[in-house]
Ligand binder design. Structure first.
Ligand code: ADP
Ligand code: MG
Length: 309
């Protein structure tokens, strides 16, 4: 039996007034996959996820979750998906244990609040009023609430925005557990590391369009430049490399970059540097990281944040 993708989006569009928030995006997410939409503020991540959750209607294109149209079949779908909105908030006074019992009753599900709290690693704060929970604990409660109906697909919209690095890592741990339990997770983030750390596949979104998609390794190799050797050295070294080899070398400000097409280029470059007799130091070989690729695709002004370590 052919497996139906957990999420299927094709040519999806949504406009608010003059703003084309989602501009013809297509992607599909397999069951059990963690898929991340990564992009700066305003890229169209929340709009996409809200259409998939059935909270917003699309203008055109196709959106399917578990084979259902979220707008047409919201009632049925909401029994099978977990949703935590961006900037999740709750009433001030219930404790996590009370909130979970309440949600369970709401969904007509028999839940064991303590078991759910253990699953999101919040059992240490089961009796603390919501208003007194830390940012990370609030997010974990949001995740526990989204699990009340034992969802097949969980949507997390920027679950760690504004959290400190330690709290962020705690949330990551819970996301990994969701994956281990076989659930499909769609996660939006503007933190590069978060997508790198959690997602099986990433789609980079900018101005409503997906500009790159794949595993991080695939994105790096497709959009990154190849390997290059960087060495500190002067114009004499650059001149020697250009005249005595067929390598492509560029230089400036005491640093020379040699673009390597294959391993033999690397050997030629090393040999030539040594033979040149010129002064050199600090030789490194590098390729574009996911971060380099992001900055290229999204632009320096794209407000892609690197998590604070
Ligand atoms: N309800 C709305 N009304 C008008 N414009 C909106 C609304 N929601 C989002 N937008 C605009 O649509 C674009 C995409 O927003 P959003 O989907 O929230 O992106 P992201 O989640 O990636 O930050 C932005 O330019 C935003 O200002
Ligand atoms: Mg958003």
């Amino acid at each position: 039996m052919a497996q139906v993708p957990a999420i299927e989006v094709s040519g999806l569009k949504k406009k608010y007034g003059d703003i084309q928030a989602v501009d013809g995006t297509s992607f599909s997410v397999d069951e059990g996959e963690v898929f991340s939409l990564l992009g700066p503020n305003g890229a169209g991540k929340t709009t996409t996820i809200e259409i998939l959750e059935g909270l917003r209607n699309k203008d055109s294109g196709t959106a399917k979750v578990l084979g259902l149209d979220p707008w047409e079949s919201g009632y049925e779908l909401h029994k099978r998906i977990g949703v935590i909105p961006q900037g999740f908030k709750f009433l001030d006074y219930p404790t996590p244990r009370e909130a979970l019992s309440y949600y369970g009753a709401l969904f007509g599900r028999k839940v064991d609040p303590d078991e759910l709290l253990r699953r999101v690693i919040l059992d240490d704060a089961s009796n603390v009023w919501f208003q007194n929970l830390s940012g990370g604990q609030k997010q974990k409660l949001g995740m526990a609430l989204s699990l009340v109906n034992d969802p097949q697909v969980v949507f997390l919209d920027e679950p760690t925005t504004g959290l400190d690095p330690q709290a962020r890592r705690a949330v990551w741990e819970v996301v990994r557990k969701l994956k281990d339990e076989g659930r499909t997770v769609m996660l939006t983030t503007h933190y590069l590391e978060e997508a790198e750390e959690l997602a099986d596949r990433v789609a980079i979104m900018k101005h409503g369009k997906i500009v790159a998609m794949g595993t991080t390794a695939e994105i790096e190799s497709k959009f990154g430049s190849g390997q290059r050797m960087v060495v500190k050295g002067g114009d004499d070294l650059l001149k020697y490399l250009r005249e005595s080899t067929r390598l492509h070398a560029e230089g400036g400000a005491g640093s020379i970059t040699i673009f390597l097409r294959d391993k033999s280029d690397a050997m030629v470059a090393l040999g030539a540097i040594e033979e040149s007799g010129a002064a050199w130091e600090d030789l490194t070989v590098r390729r574009d990281s996911l971060e380099d690729v992001f900055l290229k695709l999204v632009g320096e002004g794209g407000s892609i944040e690197k998590g604070v370590e």
